[in-house]
Design a binder for this molecule. Structure first.
Ligand code: C2O
Ligand code: CU
Length: 475
């Protein structure tokens, strides 16, 4: 039953469902470096999504469409992007961060740290060859809480990871929208109450801009679902009813397929699932089990002749090309906390709901990494790096959440190998964004093989913008 899933194991255990044992095929081999050129123009456009109830809203988007543009490349192709800032609000600069892509540092899109911010009327060119196959996305890295809240994001898919094709390939982009009572405008994107707690949630949930869409898929087939959480705030715990389901990739990178019970996806996290769809005329449902009452997100309706008759054993994706870290590296703790001032406010109030107060937000900073908050609330003051890493060496970090909130922690330019948690069983996998549960400690390791200045921050954007942001230097 659906309710029984909430709060239980986050992935299948031996005995709960058959394990999948087919080994991952070797990594995909890059094809020729042909060039794909795109122009993305950040601008305010009056656009409507089905979940806006017919109203056109002042969205900020990269293209003349309300849903995020999808850029699709073959492995080996070079992406050349001409970014134009067509926003007109004075000082509303933009950039593009290619989330999860292990690219050269000067293409990473972080204003001030690696590039000049792109001011209204200016343009900027990005050029890189993504080294990994899989499901990625891109977003602005400036005034992100508002710019992403209004829609400035897109999807980037690098093909070539499915040597055995699936019967269909569906993209599902999860995002909430902060709409006023009659859906005629946006509510403020940052609130002191939200910023001090779990973030400010949207009022309308959507999948591909629709509320609970019906998606037609082949019957009795293995269908790939690329689930991308681009919401600035919400953690979803996804699961599927009415179909067998397996996780085949996390944050774009292949993992040994494991049966899906439910999987928590914080902001910026991706999961690729394969589901065995029901027979012709059947339905399966994607749920969010995070809250006690499961929320249906999308329905799959099957149509047509049966595609497969053998028992469900999904084809694994091609292996990722991440260099395995040396696990004997010493453990470096990294602590995610709130500042001392904010904590004393909380204990004085004696109320966990009042964890942080609006007073602290006025000061501009209160979330912290290793006791340091990013200064000033903007990107233009660069603090010293959190860590100086030697290029080519392996590092093992213990990410310690000492707060009662969740924090999806993202590193730029690298992918972590997630090793273990002190709170739950985790399958071995790579990730560029690691969800820390309240008071959880998660060990990750990686080879610092990409030189440059790389952000490391919480991807609940209000936490990022109120201090839980830093950077590491690889040299
Ligand atoms: Cu998707 Cu620095 O973030
Ligand atoms: Cu956070």
């Amino acid at each position: 039953g659906t309710a029984a899933l909430a709060g239980t194991a986050l992935f299948g255990r031996p005995g709960s469902a058959p394990a999948f044992t087919r080994p991952l095929p070797p990594a995909a081999v890059p094809g020729p470096e042909t060039i794909v050129s795109v122009e993305l123009k950040a601008a305010e456009r009056a656009l409507s999504l089905p979940c806006f109830d017919g109203h056109a809203l002042p969205m900020w988007t990269f293209a003349d469409q309300a849903t995020p543009p999808v850029i699709r490349l073959a492995l080996g192709q070079r992406l050349n992007t001409h970014l134009v800032n067509g926003l007109t609000r004075p000082g509303e600069h933009v950039s593009i961060h290619w989330h999860g892509i292990r690219l050269p540092n000067d293409q990473d899109g972080v204003p001030y740290l690696v590039q000049k911010p792109v001011e209204p009327g200016e343009s900027y060119d990005y050029s890189f060859v993504p080294p990994d196959t899989g499901t990625f996305f891109f977003h602005t890295h400036c005034n992100t809480v508002e710019q992403l809240g209004r829609g400035l994001a897109g999807i980037l898919i690098i093909d070539g990871d499915a040597p055995e094709p699936y019967d269909a390939d569906e993209l599902l982009v999860l995002k909430d929208w902060r709409l006023n009572d009659d859906n005629t405008g946006f509510l403020p994107f940052l609130t002191p109450e939200g910023a001090g707690k779990s973030g400010t949630f949207g009022t309308v949930r959507s999948v591909n801009g629709m509320v609970e869409p019906d998606i037609t898929v082949p019957a009795s087939g293995d269908v790939r679902l690329r689930i991308v959480n681009i919401d600035p705030t919400r953690v979803s715990e996804i699961g599927v009813e009415g179909a067998e389901a397996a996780v085949v990739a996390i944050d774009g990178l292949a993992c040994q397929p494991f049966p899906l019970r439910s999987w928590r996806m914080g902001p910026a996290m991706r999961a690729d699932l394969v589901i065995r769809t029901p027979a012709d005329g059947g339905t399966a449902t994607l749920f969010d089990y995070f809250s006690a009452k499961p929320v249906p997100l999308a329905r799959f309706m099957t149509k047509g002749p049966a595609r497969r008759t053998t028992p469900f054993d999904p084809a694994p994706l091609a292996s990722a090309r991440i260099t395995a870290p040396d696990l004997s590296a010493p453990v470096t703790p990294m602590t995610f906390s709130a500042t001392a001032t904010a904590q004393s406010v909380a204990s004085a109030a004696g109320d966990d709901q009042g964890f942080l107060g609006p007073l602290c937000l006025a000061a501009g900073t209160f979330w912290a990494i290793n006791k340091a908050s990013w200064p000033g609330g903007g990107m233009d003051q660069i603090p010293p790096p959190l860590l100086k890493l030697e290029r080519g060496r392996s590092y093992r970090l213990q990410l310690r959440n000492v707060t009662p909130r969740m924090h999806p922690i993202h590193i730029h330019g690298h992918s972590f190998t997630v090793l273990k948690s002190n709170k739950r069983e985790l399958p071995p996998h790579f990730a560029d964004t690691v969800l820390l549960l309240p008071e959880e400690r998660v060990d990750v390791a990686f080879v610092a093989d990409n030189p440059g200045r790389w952000m490391l921050h919480c991807h609940i954007i209000e936490h990022q913008e109120t201090g839980m942001m830093g950077w590491v230097e690889v040299a």
